[in-house]
Design a protein around this ligand. Structure first.
Ligand code: XMP
Length: 317
């Protein structure tokens, strides 16, 4: 029988022993896995570890600055911030196909990260791989059908010539949360809903641009704020807003409006392979809807997604 204290001490000792005086680099997203891996490694080897946050311009409202603050100031992790937003947005111009979006974003991420890794003279790459990721990627159950290409599974290319450091590979998600809490990581990171690597690009159906990102960021932040206020955030596995590529007619005072539509998604799931749509109380939905149409310029209609997975996926793209 082991405790999380034992695990933490052993993990820190084994990182120290394996790394010696070498340097370690690792990408962080602000999610629980990469954050716990980063904090654990920084406890083990201090500034021999450098975390890299690649800002692809597709993050949620204030997300980059919150992640920077949390990691640097609260958790004492050495962090390099790379603002690559304009590069990503430029490459996404004219791209509307979901898989094409993933491809462009994944490829660009690798290019940006590779350059940072080279300039750091690191010999180890830290990854927040968990036990279920290990199982899933070694599964031999039936033919593998690609529904969506997930770029955060499988990691960065071998040609980077870095040795892999995966201190969480024996843990399940709830154990990672326990370890994170033990390490003093703030709750916002520990219980953050999963966020896809391609970010808001796959929640803006159709063309992605700065203006549509702004609309979605604002609507999504209102939605999440109201879920937290109603104490629902922790009951829901994943919730987010989606910006649709259709316009709807509405009335605004005496005149007609013709504006964007926001869809709200909320699901309950254990493994994200199947999921049930979550029934948010109508009083909360009503507050979210009226705040979005009143506060977000260019949106006059809000709809609620009542589809489970399967047949729908959790994301719309
Ligand atoms: P779906 O939409 O396939 O999503 O039901 C299942 C879970 O995976 C996340 N997701 C992704 N994560 N890159 C990621 O890192 C991706 O391209 C991607 N697509 C979906 C989704 O948010 C959900 O948690």
């Amino acid at each position: 029988d082991w405790t999380m204290e034992d695990f933490s001490e052993n993990a820190i000792a084994s990182i120290r022993q394996r790394v010696g005086s070498a340097k370690v680099i690792g990408a962080v997203s602000g999610g629980v896995d990469s954050t716990v891996a980063a904090v654990l490694t920084s406890r083990a080897i201090g500034n021999q570890f450098e975390a890299v946050l690649v800002d692809n311009g597709l993050l949620r409202k204030d997300e980059a600055s919150q992640v920077i603050h949390r990691l640097r100031d609260t958790c004492g992790v050495q962090l390099r911030y790379v603002d690559a937003a304009s590069r990503f947005l430029q490459l996404l111009q004219g791209v509307v196909d979901p898989e094409e979006k993933r491809k462009v974003i994944g490829k660009t991420f690798v290019e940006v990260f590779e350059k940072e890794a080279k300039s750091s003279d690191a010999s180890f790459l830290l990854q927040g791989t968990l036990y279920p990721d290990v199982i899933e990627s070694s599964s031999h159950l039936g033919p593998s059908v690609t529904i969506k290409t997930h770029h955060n599974v499988g990691g960065l290319p071998e040609k980077m010539n870095l040795k892999l450091l995966e201190p969480l590979r024996d843990l399940f998600k709830d154990e990672v949360r326990e370890l994170g809490t033990l390490l003093g990581i703030p709750e916002e990171s520990i219980y953050r809903h999963p966020f896809p690597g391609p970010g808001l690009a796959i929640r803006i159906i159709g063309q992605v641009d700065e203006q549509r990102l702004e609309i979605l960021r604002h609507a999504d932040s209102i939605y999440i704020e109201e879920l937290k206020r109603a104490n629902l955030y922790r009951c829901i596995s994943q919730a987010f807003a989606v910006l649709l590529p259709v316009k709807a007619v509405g009335v605004m005072g005496d005149s007609r409006s013709y504006e964007d539509v926001i869809a709200l998604r909320a699901v309950e799931t254990v493994d994200y392979m199947t999921a049930r749509w979550y029934s948010i109380p109508s009083s909360v939905l009503e507050r979210v809807s009226s705040r979005i149409v009143n506060e977000v310029n260019g949106v006059n209609r809000v709809v609620y997604d009542i589809t489970s997975k399967p047949p729908a996926t959790i994301e719309w793209e």
